[in-house]
Design a protein around this ligand. Sequence first.
Ligand code: OFO
Length: 172
Amino acid sequence: MIKENISKVLSEQVNAEYYSAYLYLIMSAYADRTGFKGVANWLFIQAQEEMAHGTHIYQHILERGGAPAFADVKTPEAALGSIKDVFKKVVAHEEYVTGLINNIATIALKENDHATYNFIMWYVNEQIEEEASANEILNKIDFIGDNLSLLYNLDVELSARVFTDPFSNTAD
Ligand code: OFO
């Protein structure tokens, strides 16, 4: 049976994952409306991944006999100035989420909850990827500068991203 404080912090993470989904949908809508359909696609898939994360953590709480707690999902800040601004915010947000995940790992270890520790390690690794891919795009945007044709190429590149359920091959 999962301890109450672990169940609480995991429930907060479910909320944070849905917040992330909202954030990326807001960004995706901004990109779509400004003509960057590829960027919009990348962000839309990012939002889908966040929802999959939220559901996965929710299922873990239930599987361990816990009671998921539900709180309001905050509305993310909608003001975005440019595509570069979007990716600066993606990087900053993923760094923030990494901190939340690390905190869960720390609490799980302190509570001797190796099941949650093992579970959350998937997210520790996922955050390495999340930060790396967002940073890679931000670096490309920095390199591109004002070159519109390179920016167009990046948009085409990001349009190729497709959603694959990260948990389709696991029993989690
Ligand atoms: Fe849930 O991975 Fe991004 O935040």
